[in-house]
Write a protein that binds this ligand. Structure first.
Ligand code: NAG
Length: 217
């Protein structure tokens, strides 16, 4: 069969279009800005295929699988940039969420009773426009023995953070508090007066970009 001039042109056109489409896809994949992908977003992508299996059931604090019965489920998510605020979930209760306080940058803290799993108090401490290091120390010191202390940065939690406050957080087991920088993303869980279970990842720190999640039982 002989192709006419016209159909050759058409064929060439199709080829060009599919090539362009392929290239565009490649381009988009290669040029997604890296710092726009939070760890959480990556986890969303990874978890997608699992959702095709049996009826997807939502777990406490958006965990992927249920925690053993005698464990608390929690999830600490740092803020990202100015806009995305920190979130702290404990036993499916949003102790600190995007909605429950006015705009502030700094360190968010929730204190929970380790025996009952009930919330004792929450607060956040500005470290950019004001120095609330002293208030933060008082808040931590006032937590009774037997408390879990959950912390997460939003925007900037380091600029005005005083050394003696860092020392207090270090005494709670933090290895990273002295390393956090302007707009570091940092999450931390500490136990006051007792030891966390061995498998606990108590702290995550990234000195750049994205939100970090600590999501464990
Ligand atoms: C705080 O600690 C850092 C590092 O140890 C030190 O360089 C700095 O001088 C200290 N700042 C004050 C005000 O003591």
């Amino acid at each position: 069969m002989k192709l006419s001039h016209r159909s050759l042109l058409k064929l060439f056109g199709y080829l060009l279009i599919s090539l362009a489409a392929w290239y565009l896809g490649y381009f988009a994949a290669a040029h997604v800005p890296q710092n726009a992908i939070s760890i959480d977003a990556l986890q969303e992508i990874v978890k997608k295929p699992v959702l095709r299996a049996p009826a997807p059931k939502r777990q406490k604090c958006d965990h992927w699988s249920p925690c053993p019965p005698e464990n608390f489920a929690y999830r600490i998510l740092s803020g990202a940039g100015k806009q995305r605020r920190a979130k702290i979930c404990f036993e499916d209760e949003q102790l600190i969420s995007e909605w429950n306080y006015d705009i502030g940058s700094g360190i968010n803290i929730a204190i929970v009773n380790y025996k009952t799993g009930k919330l004792r108090s929450t607060n956040f401490f500005e470290m950019w426009r004001r120095d609330q290091s002293r208030e933060m120390m008082n808040f931590i010191r006032n937590a009774p023995v037997g408390s879990l202390i959950l912390m997460a940065t939003h925007d900037d939690g380091s600029t005005r953070l005083k050394n003696d406050t860092k020392k207090l957080v270090e005494e709670l087991g933090s290895k990273e508090i002295k390393n956090i920088k302007f707009r570091s993303s940092w999450v931390f869980i500490a136990a006051k007066g007792f030891k966390l279970p061995d498998k606990t990842v108590s702290e995550i720190h990234f000195s750049f970009c994205c939100a970090v999640t600590n999501r464990l039982c």
